[in-house]
Structures are given as C-alpha cells and as structure tokens.
Design a binder for this molecule. Structure first.
Ligand code: CMC
Length: 381
C-alpha cells in the first residue's frame, strides 16, 4: 500500500474557489454573494435571492419585476411531465418523483445541450419556476386530490402553498415558508452541490447535474434529514419520553437526525433564524389545538437533552422539519421542498463550474490484492 494521507469523505479538503457563498464556522456565519443569510431572510422574497445567487447582485425593482413575470409565466407543467408523474406508483418516494420529473423536463428541452451561460441561466430559472408544481402535485396525488394550476397573481411562496393546499396561506405561514426557502438555497460545497459540480466538470448538461444532485440530497445524512427528524419525533411521541428514547438510541449508536454538521461544530448559522420562524408557526397553529405546543415541547426537550449529553448542535433540518409539518406538508414531501430551494444554489454552482472548468477526478490509494494472474493464461506472442 502506498503511504499517502487519505482524507476520508474529503473532510477538511478545499477543492476550489467559489464566489457563490461563504461558510465561516468560526464566526457562525453564512454569506450569499457577500450578504448574511439572516439579512436576506428578513428582508427579501425568495425570488430576489435566487436572482442574487445566479447574477451576483440583488435585483433592482425593474429587474425583480421582469424576473418575477418570467418565473410566473413558466410555472405550469407540460403535459408530458404530468403524464410521467401520473405513471409513477403512489408509493414512490417523492424524491424519486422529483428526480424523474426533472429528467423528463431535461429530455424535452430543445436547449438542453446549449451550455452557454445565457442558456444555463434560462434553464435554471425554468426549473426554479416548475419545481413547486411538481412537489405540490405529487403531494396532492398521493392524497387523492387533483392538480391545482399555478396562479400568476401570486408570489413564489404564496403560489407554492396555494398549489399544495388549495387556499391562500396566512401571512405568518407565507413568511416562514419564504424564510425556509432562503435558508435552504445555498451552502457552498455540500454533498449535492459537489455532485452537481462533478457532473458539470465532465461537460455534461445542467439537467443531468441537477438530477445527480437530487440523488445526493436524498440521503438522510444530507437533505433526507428533515424527513428523518419528523420520523424521530413520531417515534419519541412526547417530551417526557425523550430521556428513555435517547438512552436506547445512543446505546444502539444511532445517529440522531437533525443534529451535527460536517462544517459547523458550534451550531449551524441558519438554525436561529429558522427556529424563530418555527416559533411563529407554533404560536399561529396553537389556536387549532394542542399539536403545535406538544411538538414545540418535544423539540425543546430533545435539543436540550442531546446537546447536554453529546455537545452536538441542531442543524437546519431540525427546525425546518417540524415547521413543514405544521404547515401541513406530508413528511415525505420535506426533502423535495429542499430541492425546490437548493436548485438555485446548485445551478449557480453549475454555472460557476462551467465558467472555469477542470475535470474533477481525484486519486485513490489501492488496498486490494497484490498483482496476480489467471492460471494457465499465456499472453499472445
Ligand atoms: N447523532 C449521534 N452522533 C453523532 C451525530 C448525530 N446526529 N452527529 C455526529 N455524531 C457523532 C458521531 O457518531 C461521531 O462520534 P464518534 O467520534 O464517537 O464516532 C462524531 O459525532 C463525529 O461524527 P461524524 O459523523 O464523523 O462527523 P461528520 O462531520 O462526518 O458528520 C453528519 C456530519 C451531518 C454526517 C453527522 O453529524 C450526522 O450524521 N448527522 C445526522 C444527519 C443529519 O442531520 N444530516 C443533516 C446535515 S446538515 C443539513 C443538510 O445537509 O441537509
């Protein structure tokens, strides 16, 4: 075996520059194109943040109006996408449905193989506009409900919630949803974004890179954690069961979903903003019954107990899972919501990778059998 240092999981390895976002675990900060994500979440519609990630600057009023008009005009799904979704089994995981639908959109796009920056920006905006209809439709069909056509008089978040639930959201819900989309939009070289960059580095097309990224996001160590958090909450049941449940889980060396992060070791910079949004939802939904209060008590109890025992802090998936639950999304729909948000970051990175490309092809250290030979084999003279 060669004597090389292996960086398992590429932990701590810096592989390239990026101007899209900056994660600083020492100061617990996350900047999108220089702006603190908390400031963006407090002041901007998600549409403006998507524009910022792609173009490097926030849009002025005219640019935002033009971008919104184009986004609203592209929201509806083409017939072939609807037919494909209808053909998929109702128990297909929603992430498989989203992955398949994006693949169909790519296979049907005449400019799929135009790799110019202008074309990639158009394709990015197309996916951004259509993903809400895919996610909303899939949840509705699993509930035996009809597809609701998008409305072009609504902003992105209102329309997303309207297409999913059939009525206009209360302002507190719309705001919390907008915040979650902004916080999920971008996070430097995470596993799914890196997957997208690897695919782009082979000079493959944008849709292939996004489909690959969806596959990477699906896993519970990455985006699938927001779904997994809700499964854990269901399993624990109530705040007073946290201690015994944690005893058993830790004895079995299980990972507690929604906690821990490869980069942040002192807490995820996005959590306080999402937790504040969750608190507004808890207050809002408490009027409907005890579920919201019980959920909040369980949330606080698990966080307090796990942090005190292990010193491992919540990541963004911890508050966003319960937030999406309170809004009424099926647990299986949580990670597709992450896709709808992160498609902005993925495509910003795809465009950046393509602009200064180098094939991503690392080395490996071989640790298999020594060279050996097939018995009786004689090489041709
Ligand atoms: N539950 C229990 N133990 C944990 C957890 C956790 N959630 N996270 C880390 N640890 C322990 C781990 O077992 C290991 O212990 P030991 O040194 O005794 O073997 C130690 O902490 C280091 O963990 P690691 O897995 O080697 O560290 P990493 O940097 O590779 O892990 C992680 C990062 C996100 C994979 C991990 O924290 C994890 O599996 N968390 C649960 C899944 C999750 O919430 N993922 C979402 C990540 S953030 C948002 C996103 O990308 O969607």
């Amino acid at each position: 075996m060669t004597d090389v240092e292996i960086k398992k999981g590429l932990a701590g390895v810096t592989v390239d520059y990026t101007a899209v976002s900056k994660v600083n675990p020492d100061t617990n900060s996350l900047l999108y194109r220089g702006y603190p994500v908390q400031e963006l979440a407090a002041t901007q519609p998600f549409e403006a943040v998507a524009y910022l990630l792609w173009h490097g600057e926030l849009p002025d009023a005219a640019q935002l109006a033009e971008f919104e008009a184009s986004e609203r005009a592209q929201r509806a799904l083409d017939e072939n996408v609807k037919i494909t979704i209808d053909l998929l089994p109702l128990d297909a995981h929603p992430m498989d449905v989203v992955r398949t639908a994006v693949s169909v959109i790519g296979a049907s796009d005449p400019e799929a193989y135009d790799s110019s920056r202008e074309s990639d920006l158009r394709k990015s905006a197309r996916l951004f506009a259509k993903l809400p209809a895919i996610v909303a439709y899939d949840q509705r069909r699993r509930r035996g409900q009809e597809l609701i056509d998008p409305r072009d008089d609504l902003d992105y978040s209102s329309n997303f919630l309207y297409m999913t639930f059939g009525d206009l959201p209360d302002e507190v819900v719309r705001r919390a949803f907008n915040v979650s989309m902004i916080l999920y939009a971008e996070h430097s070289f995470n596993a799914s974004t890196f997957t997208a960059r690897v695919i782009t580095s082979t000079m493959s097309d944008l849709y292939s890179a996004v489909v690959g990224a969806i596959g990477a996001l699906k896993g519970p160590l990455h985006g699938g954690a927001n779904e997994a958090v809700m499964h854990i909450f269901d399993d624990i049941g109530s705040a007073d069961n946290v201690g015994p449940w944690l005893d058993a889980a830790l004895a079995e060396k299980r990972k507690i979903m929604g906690f821990g992060h490869r980069v942040y070791k002192k807490g995820d910079s996005r959590v306080p903003t999402m937790k504040a949004a969750l608190d507004t939802l808890v207050e809002h939904y408490s009027a409907d019954g005890p579920d919201a209060g019980d959920l909040a008590a369980l949330y606080d109890a698990l966080e307090a107990e796990f942090v005190s025992r292990k010193g491992i802090y919540p990541n963004l998936d911890y508050p966003s899972g319960p937030a999406y639950h309170l809004m009424g999304f099926d647990t299986l729909t949580f990670t597709p919501l992450f896709v709808a948000a992160r498609v902005t970051g993925w495509t910003a990175h795809i465009i950046e990778q393509a602009a200064s490309n180098a094939l991503i092809r690392p080395l490996s250290a071989y640790n298999g059998p020594e060279e050996r030979h097939i018995a009786g084999y004689v090489a041709d003279p």
